[in-house]
Each structure stands twice: as structure tokens, then as C-alpha cells.
Design a protein around this ligand. Structure first.
Ligand SMILES: [Zn+2]
Ligand SMILES: [Zn+2]
Length: 322
């Protein structure tokens, strides 16, 4: 087993450098990264979000290289849940382990991530990838799980009208997930090439902003900008639900009388569990490969990060070609 590996390391600047191959501890396995996806959270980390220092990256598919605690995992193709919880606290014991106050988060908080040849994760975080799901699909499991988390939180009856705000990677995944539940889905965005992906799947899109006509039972904000939440509150029906999917750092100003008067439910939504996402990929309910903009070797990591930062880009993947 090699001792050194290539990785993108961030300590105020991101650079491709040699790091020690991590050693699995605490019921962990060592995973050889095959593909890793660059997401907006990674770009925010490079701007100082979470004050993270280390190897970023939390979306990956790989192969188990070493697994001292469960040897049967070696050679298995896996994806991994990103929250590493303590397993003991009140939250963990009541099934809210993704909200454990002592958790580490892969490539985001206290734990080196997937922009490297190898990473470690507890074996309980790993999920084997079904055979009919390619590596290029499986690398979307984490963001798809985040999109599908909405279905765990909110019941969406069949005839509901749903607006998805934002045509980034998350918006495109969320629109497809909403479409599983109802035919009346519209995705609002500004970039024709991205909306065209949804049109190809039979999902309605609009280049206009939704008006003030309070039409939708559900509005999901995936814009990544504070204005998105304000727009969502205007577009939702009285007694409707706004799902806030974007995290912003900094505060946001809202006229809060409006959601009170209209009796709006606002639901915050973050990560989701992996098995439903793997199932949706395996059954072809959601198509993700059209989202791939480019695959770039890990050794050219800086170039990949710069490309992912271009607002026109869809998903940029790092490939472990070592
Ligand atoms: Zn992400
Ligand atoms: Zn805990």
C-alpha cells in the first residue's frame, strides 16, 4: 500500500499536493476515489465557509481498498454518507444522527474529504452501488439524496403544483424528484442550456420570474441567493409550503408579515439518506448524467475548481487517474 497520495489541500488556498494516505480508524474503511463531484458548497469552502482546512470534497464514488473491520467490503464499489455522528447522544439515539451536535462532515467540517486518491469513512456510512448504476451516475448520490430529503419532510399530494426556483445542479435534481410526485412542476431559471435538460425530460421550465400571483402549493428555493426565498414567499399559495434548500452565509431580510398572514409553512432542508437515492438511480427515476459538464483528472484539480466556479458550468467531476 502506498504511503503518499495526490490530493487537493485547502489552507486558505487550494493546491494539488502530496498528502499521507489516511489510515482507517474507528470502524472505518479506506476507499479509493474513482470520481468526486465539485459542488457549490466546495466553492463556498474555498471562500472560507465553515473555516475548513484540509482536503475538501463530499460527493464521491469509489472502491474499498482496505477494511480492517469488515474484510468482505474490500473491492466493493461504494458511495458514502457524509455526516459522521457520535452515535451516543440524544439526537443520534432518536434517529437524528445527521443533526448530531458532535458530528464531523466529510470534506466540510473536521474530516478530510474526497478530493484525493483515498479517503476514509466509517463502514456504517458506506453503501454499495447497485450494478446497473454507473460510476458517473453514482457520484450524484449525495446531491440526489439531498434533493430527495424533501420527500422525507413534506408530503406532496399527486395534484399539487410545485415551483422549483433555480436551474443549478440542485434545482435540476429537485425538479426531477418533484416530478416523481406530481405532473405539475415548473422550474424557473435563467440559463437556457440548463433548463433544456429538464425540457428533454418533459419538465416544464420558465425563463421568467414567477409572479406575485401566489399560485403554487409548494415552492422549493434552490437559487443559492437570498432573493430566492423572497421570491418563493411571493409565489406560494396561502397555507402552502416553501422549502428552503439553499444555505447562505450572512443574514437575510424578509418581510415576515406575509408568511404569517398567508399561513405559510417554511421548511429548511439539507442532507438526505442514501438508500432512496440509489434506488431512484437504479430504477431510472432520475437522470443525472446530462448534468456532467466535464471530467478532469485530480492532478489538474485547480483547473477543475476554476471551471466549476464558472456560473455557466454544470457538474465538474474529478477523476482519480493515478
Ligand atoms: Zn454538495
Ligand atoms: Zn451524536
Amino acid at each position: 500500500m502506498k504511503k503518499k497520495m495526490l490530493a487537493i489541500y485547502f489552507d486558505g488556498n487550494a493546491k494539488v499536493t502530496d498528502r499521507d494516505v489516511p489510515v482507517p480508524n474507528r470502524q472505518e474503511a479506506l476507499v479509493r476515489m474513482q470520481y468526486a463531484g465539485i459542488c457549490n458548497t466546495d466553492l463556498e469552502i474555498l471562500e472560507g465557509y465553515m473555516s475548513f482546512k484540509g482536503i475538501p470534497g463530499h460527493e464521491f464514488v469509489g472502491v474499498v481498498a482496505e477494511s480492517p473491520w469488515d474484510k468482505s467490503l474490500v473491492g466493493k464499489r461504494v458511495v458514502g454518507e457524509i455526516n459522521i455522528s457520535c452515535g451516543q447522544c440524544h439526537f443520534c439515539r432518536s434517529g437524528l444522527d445527521r443533526h448530531c451536535p458532535d458530528r464531523q462532515v466529510l470534506g466540510i467540517s473536521g474530516k478530510d474529504g474526497a478530493f484525493a486518491e483515498f479517503l476514509t469513512l466509517p463502514i456504517s456510512n458506506l453503501h454499495e452501488v447497485p450494478e446497473n448504476v454507473s460510476d458517473g451516475m453514482a457520484v450524484f448520490t449525495e446531491p440526489l439524496a439531498a434533493a430527495m430529503e424533501i420527500l422525507e419532510q413534506v408530503d406532496i399530494p399527486k395534484e399539487s403544483t410545485v415551483a422549483v426556483l433555480g436551474d443549478g445542479k440542485l434545482g435540476i435534481l429537485v425538479a426531477q424528484v418533484m416530478k416523481i410526485k406530481t405532473d405539475y412542476v415548473v422550474c424557473f431559471g435563467h440559463q437556457k442550456n440548463k433548463l433544456a435538460i429538464l425540457n428533454d425530460m418533459g419538465i416544464e421550465t420558465s425563463l421568467e420570474n414567477p409572479g406575485w400571483d401566489a399560485k403554487y402549493n409548494f415552492v422549493v428555493d434552490c437559487t443559492g441567493v437570498p432573493e430566492g426565498l423572497r421570491t418563493a414567499l411571493r409565489a406560494v399559495r396561502p397555507r402552502g409550503t416553501v422549502v428552503a434548500k439553499s444555505t447562505y452565509h450572512g443574514e437575510i431580510t424578509l418581510d415576515f408579515a406575509q408568511p404569517v398572514v398567508h399561513e405559510i409553512t417554511i421548511v429548511g432542508s439539507r442532507c438526505g439518506s442514501f438508500p432512496p437515492a440509489l434506488e431512484a438511480l437504479s430504477h431510472g427515476e432520475v437522470r443525472v448524467e446530462a448534468l456532467i459538464r466535464e471530467v478532469i483528472p485530480l492532478s489538474r484539480g485547480q483547473e477543475a475548481l476554476a471551471l466549476a466556479g464558472n456560473p455557466e458550468s454544470l457538474k465538474v467531476l474529478l477523476h482519480n487517474n493515478t
